[in-house]
Structure formats: C-alpha cells, structure tokens
Design a binder for this molecule. Structure first.
Ligand code: ADP
Ligand code: MG
Length: 383
C-alpha cells in the first residue's frame, strides 16, 4: 500500500510524498451502549485503515485528495476555519484548525488519502482519518502532542467541527490500539487496561450489513434517556451516578423500583453487559476464546431482546453464525440498527463462510452483505 500511495501521490501532485502514515479503524469487541452509563467498553484497532501521504508546499495552501472520493479540495491557509458542507475534507481541515487554534504553525501541505475501511458502516473511518491526519502532522512537524491529546483533539473535530455528538471511544481505540490487544476502557475516567488477545486459529470476520444506520441517532438518544430514567428511579433508594456502578447481583436487590417494563429491560442490559466485559477480559486472560465467543452471542441476544437496537439484518448475520460450525461467537457492534456485526471465524473457512453467509443473507434480506477479514491491528504508525 505504501508503494501504491507513493505512486499515486507522484501522479497527482507531480512530486514525491515526503512521508506516509497509517491509522486503523476499530471495532468494539464487547460492551455495547455502555460508554454513556459509566461502564467499560472493549474496542480494538483493526487491520483495515486509512493511509495518508503528505508533503509540504511553499504556496500557503492545503490541498486534499482522496482515492476514495471524487473532488479535490484546495484551501488557502487563512480560510481554513470555514466548514464546507458535508465535504469529506472537513475531517482533515478540522484537525488542522485545532492545531492552529492551539497556536501551532502549519504552513502549506499536500495530502493524499486512501482507506479500505467501509465508509459509514460503524468501523470509524472518520476517527481513522482524523487520527491519521493528527498523528501525521504531529510526527512530521514535531508538534509535541501525546497520544491522549491527539485523541481529545480529534474528538473535538468530530463533535464541534463535524457536529456529531459521539463519545471518545472511537478516537481512543484508533490511537491506542495495539497488535493483538484489546483495550478495556472506561470512557468517562479514561482509565484503561490493555488485554492480550490470542485469536489462535481464529480471525475476526467483519460483516457489513450494508443497511444504512438511519434510526441510530434518534434511537440512541431515546436509549440514553431511558437509562437516565432508570438511574433516577434507583436513586430513590441508593445513591448512584451511573448504572454501571451496580453489578447484576446488586441490581437485582433494587430493580423492583423500576416499574416501567421498557426501562427495566434497558437497565438490565446495561448492568449485565458491563458484567460481560469483565468476564470477557477474564476469558481472554485465561485464553478461553470459546467463553469469549459465548459472551459475544449473549451480548447480541441482550442487545436484540432487552436493548432493542439490533434489526433483522444484524440478526440474520448472527443467526447464520450460530448455525455455522466454524464460528464461535458473533454479535452486532456499534450503535446498531444496521452497520456491522463481528464474528470469530476459524481460519481457512473465510471463503466458505462468505459464500454461505451471502446466500443466506441475500435470501433473507434481499441484497448482499460485505464480508471482511481482519486481525487486531496496531494504532497509527509511520510507514
Ligand atoms: P464511519 O466513521 O462509521 O465510517 P462516518 O460517517 O462517521 O462513518 O465517517 C465517514 C466519513 O469520513 C466519510 O463520509 C468521509 O467524509 C470521511 N472519510 C473516511 N475515510 C475517508 C477517506 N479514506 N478519504 C476521504 N474521506 C474519508
Ligand atoms: Mg464515524
């Protein structure tokens, strides 16, 4: 990829790239809809990602090109603060803006991007392009930021410049990911632990349902409100800041206070899913992938039945996996209602899995899913 991007850069800019960097996408292995409830998530970086080739120029302009998107963008460096509709280059522009707001001097640059993360399907191609840009400029210009500062900067871009009210997990996972390690992260305190993941004879299959995540935003807000409702009812009896301060056992002592069935289902998911993250970390530490796989299936079941954020497309993928001998665990990942599912698939069965899943999925849903094979990859690197 480095050589190809080098060549493309030379074709497009009629000069050589000065440096090439890579930044991964991410999946959340387990711990879904937990980040805003004070619990733990367990994301990892994947081997799909975004490559960026850069070279400085002397004409005080930033030029942005992407092999994934038509339309190049050229901005005078003094016009940078302006957002340009929903144009893709807003992501890198937002990053440069943040550096400049911080008092850093960033003169003209030519950028070329290429990504192999399916875009807009919940694998965080947006955090990947943000961190790729931030990491590259920080390294190239010796700006002196540490990784956490870059994560926070990229999150500000997503929240304030792009205007998406997302949490910190995506940028954190992309920046802190390490090969064959999962990150057990408390999104509020940002305390985290790296857990070794030995996938052994398995790979991470990522299945994009190709269903747009239309409902995700409104339903997301609804779920946040339902969790708050559960919390305020529980607070009549005990003092809690977050639902995840309770484990399932303690929750059972107080759950009678929640009289609304829907709210009870939501809170039950949150508490048990958070417990599952602890169990999943234990399973990985003891090398029990089978147990990890069972927890993935249980997580999906709970997201489907209790949290009600799955959907027939994600459910179709997971039901196929349940009946397929060479998968030991699968679940939806991300906010739900579309986007991607992940599965632990035995190596050597990639083609067979793709063929049979495709037949099954097309028959049920009417159009194909896209299937990717990934490993647990590293965070951003200079190539
Ligand atoms: P997700 O993060 O789930 O992939 P988003 O809608 O948050 O979806 O972000 C996708 C957007 O990020 C794209 O529409 C595009 O604007 C930008 N983007 C991601 N990867 C690239 C790339 N390789 N080249 C240009 N823009 C990209
Ligand atoms: Mg995104």
């Amino acid at each position: 990829m480095k050589i190809e991007l080098d060549q493309k850069f030379a074709e497009q800019y009629h000069k050589n790239a000065d440096a090439i960097y890579f930044s991964p996408g991410r999946v959340n292995l387990i711990g879904e809809h937990i980040d805003y409830n004070g619990g733990l998530v367990m994301p990892c970086a994947i081997t799909l990602g975004t490559w960026i080739a850069i070279a400085p120029n002397n004409d005080q302009k930033y030029r942005f090109k992407s092999l994934n998107f038509d339309g190049d963008k050229e901005v005078e460096s003094n016009r940078l603060h302006e957002k340009d509709g929903s144009y893709w280059a807003n992501y890198p522009i937002g990053v440069i803006n943040e550096f400049i707001k911080d008092g850093k001097e960033i003169n003209g640059f030519d950028f070329l991007y290429f990504g192999n993360i399916p875009i807009g399907s919940g694998l965080s191609s947006s955090a990947s392009i943000e961190i790729a840009t931030a990491f590259a400029l920080n390294d190239y210009l010796n700006l002196g930021y540490d990784k956490l500062e870059l994560v926070k900067l990229a999150k500000r871009v997503e929240n304030e410049f792009i205007g998406l009210n997302s949490g910190i997990m995506d940028q954190f996972a992309v920046a802190f990911g390490e090969r064959n390690k999962a990150i057990v992260l408390d999104c509020e305190t940002l305390k985290y632990k790296m857990v070794d993941v030995d996938l052994g004879k398995y790979v991470l299959a990522i299945i994009n349902t190709n269903k747009p995540r239309e409902l995700a935003d409104s339903k997301y807000n609804e779920r946040v409100a339902e969790c708050q409702q559960a919390l305020s009812v529980l607070n009549e009896e005990i003092t809690l800041h977050h639902l995840c301060e309770l484990n399932a056992e303690k929750f059972a002592l107080h759950s009678h206070l929640i009289t609304d069935d829907t709210v009870l289902k939501r809170a039950t998911h949150v508490v048990k899913e958070n417990d599952r993250v602890h169990l999943a970390a234990k399973a990985l530490n003891s090398g029990s992938l089978d147990e990890f796989g069972r927890l993935m299936y249980a997580s999906h079941q709970s997201l489907k039945e209790l949290y009600e954020v799955s959907g027939e497309e994600l459910d179709a993928v997971v039901s196929f996996c349940l009946g397929y001998d060479h998968v030991i665990g699968a679940r939806m990942t991300g906010a739900g209602f579309g986007g991607c599912a992940i599965a632990l698939l035995e190596k050597g069965f990639e083609e067979d899995f793709a063929k049979h899943l495709t037949d099954y999925y097309v028959d049920k849903i009417g159009y194909p899913a896209a299937i990717y094979v990934s490993e647990i990859g590293s965070g951003p690197v200079k190539l």
